[in-house]
Design a protein around this ligand. Structure first.
Ligand code: NAD
Length: 293
């Protein structure tokens, strides 16, 4: 029997361009999936920052790689280096997956679809629902745009008045004015307005933390101060997956919330969507979960 893990003369390359990169789960997740499916690709991580990005993309084109993932700090800087963008990548202004379509580099963003798929897997139907979304960075932007595209009716976006606040305003403007054919209203609030945050959570179906609060160096912290802000019917989710259970998710359990969702599903399904774009096949997600989670 052929050794499916072997690299030979026909192996197609998929890369990951980011820095720092050593902690990434993507190489292990993608390579175990490719091996399990018997596909002759190899996924390699390359330590690449903004400085090297243009040269690396030129090299990737010359090598004829099948594609690559892009992570921080390259998710926005990659845009002008590509030939085409998916609609979600255009609206989000970021790319995490590039596919080489016969020499044409096409950028996609799978973070938003990954998050929405994780909700679906948890039995959540988002259509017509109201979401309170905390954050306006890379993860939050992808989620806001995809939530609107997928039929969420109302999104209350909260961000503190830091460098990301203008992006919160932009996300709302894109949702309210630029995406055609959707029925979603987005409103932006200052995250420091605790009374407003509590009110919006009280009238929401879904609460999503897409800030870095809950993860190092903010581990053990939560934007929501205590469990009395939550209620059992509220779906509470966090994009953070290290730790698996953030302070927010602990509070959700304390409040008896029936659906409490951490960031692992988003990570898994964004990878599965990229796997599909490169190979045309489905990632063996159950196998990945068994091996990695
Ligand atoms: P980013 O730097 O683009 O955005 C950071 C966001 O957090 C901004 O909205 C910022 O205003 C907010 N923020 C930072 N410190 C804060 C504080 N002290 N109080 C309130 N808000 C604060 O980062 P990102 O790439 O969007 O990542 C955000 C989180 O999402 C990280 O923890 C990251 O690990 C996680 N993430 C998870 C996945 C996944 O697949 N599960 C994917 C991408 C990112």
């Amino acid at each position: 029997m052929a050794d499916l893990g072997r690299i030979d003369g026909r192996t197609k390359l998929i890369g990951l361009l980011a820095t720092p990169i050593g902690h990434s789960l993507s190489p292990a997740m993608q390579n175990m999936s490719l091996r399990e499916r018997g596909l002759n690709y190899a996924y390699m991580a390359f330590e690449v920052g903004n400085q090297q990005l243009a040269d690396v993309v030129t090299g990737m084109r010359a090598l004829g790689v099948r594609g690559f993932n892009v992570s921080m700090p390259n998710k926005t800087k990659i845009l002008p280096l590509l030939d085409e963008l998916s609609p979600a990548a255009q609206f989000t202004g970021a790319v995490n997956t590039v596919v080489n379509e016969n020499g044409k580099l096409v950028g996609h963003i799978t973070d938003g679809t990954g998050y929405m798929r994780a909700l679906k897997e948890a039995g959540v139907d988002v259509v017509g629902k109201k979401m309170t979304l905390m954050g306006a960075g890379g993860a939050a932007t992808a989620i806001a745009i995809q939530a609107a595209l997928d039929g969420v009716a109302e999104i209350s976006i909260f961000n503190r008045e830091d460098d990301f606040y203008h992006r919160a305003l932009k996300n709302a403007q894109i949702i309210n004015e630029e995406i055609e054919g959707i029925n979603c209203k987005a409103t932006v609030y200052n995250l420091d307005d605790a009374d407003r945050l509590r009110e919006e959570i009280a009238t929401s179906d879904i609460l999503t933390n897409a800030t870095g609060v809950g993860m190092k160096p903010l581990e053990g912290e939560s934007v929501v101060p205590d469990a009395s802000w939550l209620r059992p019917e509220l779906i509470v989710s966090d994009v953070v997956y290290i730790p698996r259970k953030t302070r927010l998710l602990e509070l959700a359990e304390e409040a008896g919330c029936a659906k409490v969702i951490n960031g692992l599903g988003m990570m898994l399904w964004q990878g599965a969507a990229a796997f599909k774009l490169w190979t045309g096949g489905d990632m063996p997600v159950e196998y990945v979960k068994e091996q990695m989670f």
